[in-house]
Design a protein around this ligand. Structure first.
Ligand code: ATP
Length: 367
């Protein structure tokens, strides 16, 4: 195991930034720390780097407790969002910086820097200064500089936060390839769930200093531990319904809830892809008007307005959209193929295929 945090907390005076967080990172893993701003991600990263000391708990690197070990002795490479390159140094010198400090021999520095420049697609840029580089190139130089001294762990804090969307996408793909080639244990902070899903092997989700869930992108998406995770990872339709005679109702929508007492409220969530929409207004049980279609590349997001005024979001491919004869303004019918009880009822029931704890409810089957 490469890194382990055990019941780690950090307070800054009155502010508790991190509360009893425990997780481990396997050797060679690419792990994302994901959560809204102020959740404690940077503080966790800084404690691993040795830039902050935990108020409580322990940090281990390769089995050794490092709470009292200085930054320099931890053999960690890091790239922080605001950790700019040295403006007055060439690309070569920037990448060589850590090696010069460690007093590597000139010939070894030369070999290592050129090797990294080739690997990072920076050949020919060694004499340039940071202001003569594009945003994407600058980030790659920053990561090359962090990796030059062969660290045990690479820590990246929102490394692509400052570059525009298209370059950000290129850098993500590049980071995945780089990690695949080098296999350096990497922890990556982001508040962008898509970035975390696309880049990492596992995701640790933080909110307000607490670890909400740790799992693969698929696990946190398909089996969110709680409503916070469900809403933070991807889009989810969430309804609060009142139960009457074993049925939870919201306007025209009904969900069987045989075990829940009358008058209680349940919260139900379902992903846009679980909403099946037809251009034939009689095909499915529920009716709606297709208000807006948002084009998100090959996927489309649809906003359905129900007669009660409720808006639901659905998702499908362009092909499905065309096949089903859909366009803005048409009357459609829909069904909800699967959903989760988020709170209120029997906790965390999964009415998703393969994860049922009860017979699938009629609504999820053949409406
Ligand atoms: P962001 O995505 O905005 O960087 P984050 O999830 O990384 O957020 P942190 O930067 O770790 O969150 O901050 C967690 C909490 O700790 C915040 O409330 C922040 O204001 C507080 N905090 C962080 N560093 C300090 C500090 N040096 N002194 C006081 N409070 C701090």
């Amino acid at each position: 195991m490469s890194i382990k945090l055990q019941n780690v907390s950090k307070s800054f005076g009155e502010v508790t930034a991190v509360t009893r967080v425990s997780f481990s990172v396997e050797e060679g893993e690419l792990l994302a720390l994901l959560g809204p701003s102020g959740g404690g991600k940077t503080t966790v990263l800084r404690m691993i780097a040795g830039l902050e000391t935990p108020t409580e708990g322990d940090v281990f690197i390769r089995g050794n407790r490092v709470n009292d070990l200085s930054v320099q002795k931890r053999n960690i490479g890091f790239v922080f969002q605001n950790y700019a390159l040295f403006k007055n140094m060439s690309v070569f010198k920037n990448i060589a910086f850590g090696l010069t400090i460690k007093k590597w021999r000139t010939s070894e520095i030369q070999t290592r820097v050129l090797e990294l420049m080739e690997l990072f697609g920076l050949d020919g840029l060694e004499k340039r200064y940071p202001h003569q580089l594009s945003g994407g190139q600058r980030q790659r130089v920053a990561i090359a500089r962090a990796l030059a001294p062969k660290p045990t762990v690479l820590l990246l804090d929102e490394p692509f936060g400052a570059v525009d969307a298209r370059i950000r996408q290129d850098l993500r793909e590049w980071l995945v390839r780089l990690h695949h080639d080098l296999k350096v244990t990497t922890i990556f902070v982001t508040h962008d769930q898509e970035e975390a899903m696309e880049v990492s092997n596992r995701i640790v989700i933080f909110s307000r200093g607490h670890l909400e869930q740790i799992g693969t992108p698929r696990e946190v998406y398909e089996q969110p531990a709680n409503e916070f995770v469900a809403r933070f990872i991807g889009v989810m339709n969430v309804l609060e319904l009142e139960v009457l005679r074993g049925i939870a109702r919201f306007g025209e929508l009904e969900f069987p809830a045989p075990e829940i007492a009358d008058g209680l409220k349940v919260r139900i969530g379902f992903r846009p892809y679980a909403v099946q929409v037809s251009g034939d207004p009689d095909e499915f049980r529920y009716r709606a008007t297709l208000r807006h279609t948002f084009f998100l590349g090959i996927m489309l997001r649809l906003e359905l307005e129900l007669p009660s005024g409720l808006t639901l979001r659905a998702r499908m491919t362009k092909e499905e959209y065309a096949q089903r004869g859909l366009e803005d303004g048409v009357h459609v019918s829909f069904q909800i193929r699967n959903y989760k009880v988020l709170s209120g009822g029997k906790s965390q029931l999964h009415h998703e295929s393969g994860a049922q704890t009860e017979p699938p409810p009629a609504i999820a089957e053949g409406i």
